[in-house]
Design a binder for this molecule. Structure first.
Ligand code: AMP
Ligand code: MG
Length: 328
């Protein structure tokens, strides 16, 4: 039985997951870089990863109840992500690859979200709505690649929510705080709604919310309305992608997908069109090492690997650049 160790380090999370060939998750350990003010300073995040990496590795092996020698495959997040953070994952992967004398598997972070969702939810061929801090994309498999059908034209939905929360002084991360505040209101305030085909945009919504906050609108009303508008936009583009591709499954991924109102809207949309709705547990919605390990294993079995010396990061990699030999 092959066992893969996967390293996630695209942004604030340094995670190590250990997964076996049958899809059993033996360990999923992480340490997250946080700041009081919010926002991520790439070099500081990388410094954080450097500090915690040995501890996370040790804990993951302990949790899995195995020794380093038992690992047959090592995979790492190749991109998209912040270069200084990605390099920390790469260096650890290279070190382990050399120690174990094995090749490495470079993994695309977005596709890893999708493949772990398929594994955990038993989805077959979903449209994935991937909503995190920096990323907002609608991704699905078509013509032998994972393609981006819709995305944000400006900022990611998580960063949009965090920016507004920061502006109102309610702290970081803003998503869970806005969700709590939104529960206290049912008063829908009119806001701009920005959908272009299968793309969305949030900067106009952010400016408008800030202006209304300055004018003295109640924060709970703004939080409620922010969710109704932003999540309706995301649900609409997901539905459009499902209709366009004639797909009957929707899968959520990313930190913002922890939001119960977003889940509810997507669930209603799926029910109305007789489609299946899938949402993995929060531990696997957010960035994690297990998803890198699982996709690493799939790619390794399809012989999609590189020599440890030749492995590199790809900070701007897009999903459709990746050959998908494990499905073809
Ligand atoms: P990620 O980049 O995938 O780790 O996700 C982080 C983002 O998820 C941050 O922008 C958070 O504000 C956001 N987030 C976390 N929980 C929630 C929630 N319950 N509702 C909305 N956004 C959330
Ligand atoms: Mg992510």
């Amino acid at each position: 039985m092959k066992i893969c160790l996967g390293i996630e380090s695209t942004a604030h999370t340094f995670g190590i997951g250990i997964v076996d060939e049958k899809g059993n998750i033996l360990a999923n350990v992480k340490e997250v870089y946080t700041t009081k003010q919010g926002g991520i300073v790439p070099l500081e995040a990388a410094e954080h990863h450097e500090k915690v990496k040995e501890k996370v590795l040790k804990l993951a092996l302990e949790k899995a109840g195995i020794k380093l020698d038992d690992i047959n495959v090592v995979s790492f997040s190749q991109g998209p992500g912040l270069a200084p953070c990605l390099l920390k994952g790469l260096f650890l992967a290279k070190k382990l690859g050399k120690e174990l004398s094995i090749d490495l598997v470079p993994v695309n972070h977005c596709i890893a979200h999708l493949e772990i969702g398929k594994l955990l939810c038993k989805a077959k061929d979903p449209v994935m709505l991937y909503v995190s801090g920096a990323n907002t994309q609608v991704i699905s498999y078509a013509s032998k690649r994972y393609r981006v059908f819709g995305e944000t034209l400006d900022i990611g939905v998580g960063n949009f929510i965090d920016s507004f929360a920061r502006y109102c002084g309610i702290g970081f991360p803003g998503g869970p705080k806005i969700e709590e505040l939104a529960k206290k209101s049912k008063n829908l305030v009119e806001l701009p709604y920005s959908v272009k085909g299968m793309d969305v945009a949030f900067s106009g919504l952010l400016t408008n919310l800030k202006q209304k906050y300055d004018k003295g609108y109640k924060l709970s009303d703004l939080a409620f309305s922010l969710q109704e508008y932003a999540f309706a936009m995301l649900t609409e583009v997901s539905e459009r992608a499902m209709a366009f591709l004639r797909k009957e499954e929707l899968l959520l991924a990313g930190g913002v997908a922890c939001n119960k109102r977003l889940q509810e809207m997507c669930k209603i949309m799926c029910k109305e069109r007789n489609a299946k709705f899938f949402c993995p547990p929060n531990e696997f919605l957010v960035d994690n090492g297990a998803m890198i390990a699982w996709l690493g294993l799939l790619m390794f079995k399809a012989n999609q690997k590189v020599k440890a010396d030749e492995a590199d990061i790809a900070p701007y990699q897009r999903s459709d650049e990746v050959k998908v030999s494990w499905l073809n």
